[in-house]
Design a binder for this molecule. Structure first.
Ligand SMILES: Nc1ncnc2c1ncn2[C@@H]1O[C@H](COP(=O)(O)OP(=O)(O)OP(=O)(O)O)[C@@H](O)[C@H]1O
Length: 257
């Protein structure tokens, strides 16, 4: 029988340290991220949440004077290895930011952007990808009659769903979301949360959030960061009902942060 290794973890982070110049922003982080689960990263401002999520597809490499040690194993391969193909990595590990940031192009071209970069040119193929990606984020019905209209004409919540569709169009297996609803109204926020719950059937999702209700609503695992350290990571129900560390409890009960 073939020797097949099944990775339940998409990422395994081992002893990850990160410095911005002299500032030690991530301190010896050890962290498995499970496949097809939602992992929430919580913690007070400046604790390293955004820094951490940006290491997972090496968007952090765009920041000058960053140094890292340790390992970030993605499907068994250490992405800190110099030979890593970053275009391929970011195709597989997509990212959505705080504010929807569509390109100043049409709705169609925004979603087709990634597939085109990866060499898909045939119109019918692009049509299929764009339709499916927009359906996946429940935006299709709202935009199907105006795919050639500028994406910047959409509402904030629609722009954020469009950016999720743009990330999905390259068929990633991980979706990183850095405070994806912090600029949205409550109804748009609920739509994104509903979407996250649907997307986890197919994707592994890591979400940074300041909103603890949101973490408890959408995530399976929660990790609490404080001053660059991972204080505790556990199932979301355990973190919010009976955390092991008193600093986690202090944060989730609102005693600090
Ligand atoms: N480009 C940078 N250069 C230097 N220091 C940085 C840089 N980006 C972040 N830092 C510092 O690293 C630490 C972690 O920042 P990070 O943005 O990851 O925190 P965060 O938990 O995401 O905060 P917030 O919730 O406010 O977004 C902070 O002390 C921050 O000032």
């Amino acid at each position: 029988m073939a020797n097949i290794t099944v990775h339940r973890q998409v990422f395994q982070i081992n002893d990850l340290n990160l410095w911005y110049g002299e500032h030690h922003a991530l301190k010896s982080i050890n962290f498995p991220i499970n496949k097809k689960e939602v992992t929430a990263i919580i913690g007070p401002s400046g604790c390293g949440k955004s820094t951490f999520i940006k290491t997972l597809n090496l968007m952090i490499n765009y920041v000058p004077n960053v140094r890292m040690t340790g390992e970030i194993n993605y499907n068994g391969q250490n992405i800190l290895n110099e030979k890593m193909d970053l275009v391929e990595l970011r195709k597989n590990v997509g990212m959505v930011f705080q504010k929807g940031n569509p390109f100043p192009q049409s709705i169609f071209d925004n979603v087709a952007y990634g597939p085109r970069i990866h060499g898909i040119k045939r119109k019918t193929h692009l049509d299929d990808i764009v339709t499916k990606s927009l359906m996946d984020v429940a935006l299709w019905d709202e935009v199907k009659d105006r795919l050639d209209a500028p994406a910047l004409g959409l509402s904030g919540g629609q722009q954020q769903r469009l950016c999720i569709a743009r990330a999905l169009a390259t068929k990633p297996d991980v979706l990183l979301m850095d405070e994806p609803t912090s600029a949205l109204d409550p109804i748009s926020t609920l739509k994104i949360e509903q979407l996250i719950l649907e997307l986890k059937e197919k994707y592994t999702i890591v979400i940074v959030t300041h909103n603890m209700q949101q973490a408890s609503r959408v995530s399976d695992q929660t990790a609490f960061f404080l001053m660059g350290e991972l204080i505790e990571k556990d199932s979301t129900s355990k973190i919010f009902s009976n955390p092991s560390n008193e600093r986690t409890e202090g944060y989730i009960t609102g005693r600090f942060g």
